[in-house]
Design a protein around this ligand. Structure first.
Ligand SMILES: [Zn+2]
Ligand SMILES: [Zn+2]
Length: 150
């Protein structure tokens, strides 16, 4: 999930420019889709949405653009524990670091962020001696709603 501040220019476009990556119209469309997404999108969904902005977007362009954005550490790739098959999901890293807790029954994804994650990462840093610059945390289990409907 991304949380774009409308007062700021696109963080992804800025990152691409800083790395001297050409900002083509299809890439701009893909970036817009990623930054406006309210949920976690896979390649199919990104392609479908980006096509509506720029009809010249193809799935191959989406794959290549995502690879480039991953390499530049601008976008994270998630598998959400493969509970919905083999798909991968993409989100903008600058959206604020958070974990993904996935319900193994209904597939609902909760995204803890802020204080709880900060203290979690502090303890991890303490235990390992590492300075933690970023993390990817996915956990699976039954959500309270599914548990209650047993
Ligand atoms: Zn997320
Ligand atoms: Zn559930």
């Amino acid at each position: 999930m991304s949380h774009r501040d409308p007062a700021h220019a696109s963080i992804l476009i800025e990152g691409m420019r800083k790395n001297r990556v050409r900002v083509t119209s299809p890439r701009r469309a893909i970036v817009q889709v990623l930054e406006e997404a309210e949920d976690h999108l896979d390649v199919e969904e990104i392609t479908e949405r980006a096509k509506k902005i720029d009809a010249s977007v193809h799935r191959a362009t989406v794959y290549r653009t995502l690879d480039m954005l991953k390499r530049l550490h601008l976008v994270d790739e998630l598998d959400l524990l493969h509970l919905r098959g083999d798909r991968h999901y993409y989100e903008v890293r600058s959206g604020g670091q958070h974990a993904h807790v996935i319900c193994t029954r209904c597939g609902k994804v909760v995204e803890p962020r802020g204080e709880i994650m900060a203290s979690c990462i502090d303890r991890l840093a303490e235990a390992t001696g590492h300075r933690i610059d970023f993390y990817r945390l996915e956990a699976g289990g039954v959500c309270p709603d599914c548990e209650a409907s047993d």
